[in-house]
Design a protein around this ligand. Structure first.
Ligand code: NDP
Length: 448
């Protein structure tokens, strides 16, 4: 059996009931097959793939907190410190009821390659909790965050592990987490990114993932003889990534016509009104029904089981920006039938493996999230640089660096795909380019 297949079987056997982790490992290992098989014995002797797929450290802890009724609640907390070969662990915290160890491991594994692709010195990690901030008062969210950080602060630090936000963790949560870290450790350091501007945050961090997604998409189209201006875009999600993806798409002359949340979706043929969407989601934290109520031409559709939502709308480009496995084979078929020619992932692993293959077989330009959504973590690394030098850069400076990084990422994965005879396969290109740097650093550092 080939080394790649052996390691994949081992991962499945040793990590039962973690299907998302299996899926992420399978996607990466399949892409690396051509690289590994060219030097299989050396990789096998070093057990490099085993070391790559086993996290350096997993921290799991109890998070007790008291709700507004005086009732004690208990959640699970996680931090997976996956790989520090090229820098301190870096990756977000997710607060969502679906969070479990397998989900955090899939996200942490993906983060290794994403962080490597940015060209910046950051290792891979991820964390979170099954706590649901939805419907909680600010006091309850603070109580939870303080309890979560009381344990997490023992394991992180500006040169060790620097968490950030993700689903359910925005500016409010990062503020509470930072305050508690400072209080317990008596250290004012860049231990978290995504901070508020008054206490060490970076300009353009809020916009970075969505903007970065569009900078990369624009470059991918340009290199394939296409222009983004005038194109119709279907976007899913209505959170941080989706909102700023829609905003930048409009600035580049494209027309995003959809967005969604966990209860329903919007089709707005006139183009999404970003100011209204921000008001509904960022300020009021309300449902999309409020968006539809304010826009007579917009259609609101309740999310029903088995329905395919935003992907049924005719578009040129699709940007899935909500969550994992939200775009399946049926969705891919509908998009291709409607003339969609490019897909770039804003979320982490939103496209199933079958849907990805369908896009590739049908010559749809397809960029995986670990490349196209890397703008968030790249700008987080820029926030770390600013914290270290105790300076802050202008919005324009950060935005220009972000754009340079995203354009560079695209060329790195494009070059890697061509070098290994897989031109146009950007999934393979991203995995190979991300892997080679990490593997080189791991080899140089000995058996650790
Ligand atoms: P937010 O919490 O800001 O927004 C998530 C959006 O997706 C919301 O509209 C939410 O709906 C919807 N959503 C979440 N879970 C589900 C679900 N199970 N089914 C349907 N809809 C769902 O998160 P972000 O925008 O930050 O993150 C979105 C994706 O992008 C995630 O995969 C994340 O890992 C990834 N990502 C984020 C980065 C960042 O910088 N923020 C960086 C790189 C990747 P509702 O409003 O109802 O909750």
């Amino acid at each position: 059996m080939s080394y790649v297949d052996e390691v994949y079987e081992l991962v499945v056997a040793k990590n039962p009931a973690q299907p998302e982790f299996h899926q992420a490992v399978k996607e990466v290992l399949e892409s690396l097959r051509v690289v590994i098989e060219a030097d299989e014995e050396a990789y096998r002797k070093d057990a490099l793939l085993e070391r790559l797929t086993v996290p350096e450290r997993i921290i799991q802890f109890r998070v007790p907190w008291v709700d507004d009724k005086g009732q004690v609640q208990v959640n699970n907390g996680f931090r997976v410190q996956f790989n520090s070969a090229i820098g301190p662990y870096k990756g977000g915290l997710r607060f969502h009821p679906s969070v479990n160890l397998g989900i955090i491991k899939f996200l942490g594994f993906e983060q290794i390659f994403k962080n490597s692709l940015t060209g910046l010195p950051i290792g891979g990690g991820k964390g979170g909790s099954d706590f649901d901030p939805k419907g909680k008062s600010d006091r309850e969210v603070m109580a939870f965050c303080q309890s979560f950080m009381t344990e997490l602060c023992k394991h992180i630090g500006a040169d060790t592990d620097v968490p950030a936000g993700d689903i359910g963790v925005g500016g409010r949560e990062i503020g509470f987490l930072f305050g508690q870290y400072k209080r317990i450790r008596n250290l004012y350091e860049g231990v978290l990114t995504g901070k508020g501007l008054t206490y060490g945050g970076s300009l353009a961090r809020t916009e970075a993932t969505g903007y970065g997604l569009l900078y990369l998409t624009e470059e991918m189209l340009k290199c394939n003889g296409k222009d983004i201006a005038g194109k119709t875009i279907a976007v899913s999600g209505a959170g941080n990534v989706a909102i700023y993806a829609i905003q930048k798409a409009q600035q580049l002359g494209a027309k995003p016509v959809t967005c969604s949340d966990s209860t329903g979706w919007i089709y707005d043929p006139d183009g999404i009104d970003v100011a209204l969407l921000k008001e509904v989601k960022e300020v009021k934290r309300a449902r999309l029904t409020e968006y539809a109520a304010a826009r007579p031409n917009a259609q609101y559709h309740e999310k029903k089981n088995g329905e395919h939502g935003v992907w049924t709308i005719k578009c040129d480009i699709a940007l899935p920006c909500a969550t994992q496995n939200e775009l399946d084979l049926e969705d891919a078929k509908a998009l291709v039938a409607n003339g969609c020619f490019a897909v770039a992932e804003g979320a982490n692993m939103p496209t199933t493996l079958e849907a990805t293959e369908y896009f590739q077989k049908n010559n749809v330009l397809f960029c995986p999230g670990k490349a196209s959504n890397a703008g968030g973590v790249a700008t987080s690394a820029l926030e770390m640089s600013q914290n270290s030098e105790r300076l802050s850069w202008t919005f324009e400076e950060v935005d220009a660096k972000l754009k340079g990084i995203m354009v560079n990422i695209f060329h790195n994965l494009d070059d890697a795909s061509k070098k290994y005879g897989l031109a146009g396969n950007y999934v393979a290109g991203a995995n190979i380019a991300g892997f080679l740097k990490v593997a080189e650093a791991m080899k140089a550092q000995g058996i650790v």
